[in-house]
Design a protein around this ligand. Sequence first.
Ligand code: FE2
Length: 310
Amino acid sequence: MKRRDFLALTALGSVSCLSPRFAVAKTLASAGPSDFDFVFFTDTHIQQELDAAKGCAMCFEKLSGHGADFAIQGGDHVFDALGVPVERSESLYDLYAQTEKRLGMPVHHVIGNHDVVGAYSKSGLAVTDPRQGKRTYVSRIGKTYYSWDHKGYHFIVLDSIQLTDDRNWQAGIDPAQLEWLSNDLKSIPNGMPVIVAVHCPITTGALAYSLHDMSKPPKYQQAFVNNACDVIPILTQHNVLVVLQGHIHINETVLYKGIPFVTCGAVSGDWWRGSHWETPEGYTVVSLRGGKATWRYETYGFKTISPRND
Ligand SMILES: [Fe+2]
């Protein structure tokens, strides 16, 4: 069954905004998948400073009490590994791994830009070093894009971080990954509900909310995936319930061609300095019921010790 057939069976459910919670429902008029919850938590940006590890521990303690089947970490596990000495990056990876044990549930991971070790020249790390780039992430955490099934739903994790030859990065989905994504979705049963997780948004209105000078486009697009026009036509051929996104540290939903692209608030809020654009520190609980996805944002009570505007 093609997506257009499913669209005939689906109806957009209620949209509500109950700050700080919100929910959007997209219904599927068929039985089959089992019911369960999972948690999408993103942008932990763990570090030894600013009570970040304490904050992550607080978050994980509350998060583990929801009875979720598993969690997805949406990227930016560590405060920053791009431009710091490798010893610092390794200490942050160690701290994250130690802290994540508190979750006590399976965790699927998404790579974020700040998880890339020594990408910037200022890190002092040679590109030939076995720890440089995505190698540390792969060796410590695993593949950067992959998929799995759970109780009748298909989950896909994408890698939105593309390294450039001049030791920088841009947000995008490379051709090999696009081909993999297309083939992966073709391999699942027609109409199977799909959830996608990615760090840099496929689509977002974030630039419209900020004060960036739009007359001077950056050399590399680092706010959102620069080739969404290649990704979205693949997703719209299938029953994608929701695309969960990180990176921006705000709550926002862009509904495009029937797919909710949901950017989620960060565990670290404003990088451990309070709320970011009035989005507090938190995570997103996703409930799957009979082929329908709803989600809500949960805070966990972290109080920064160093507000950005102090
Ligand atoms: Fe981040």
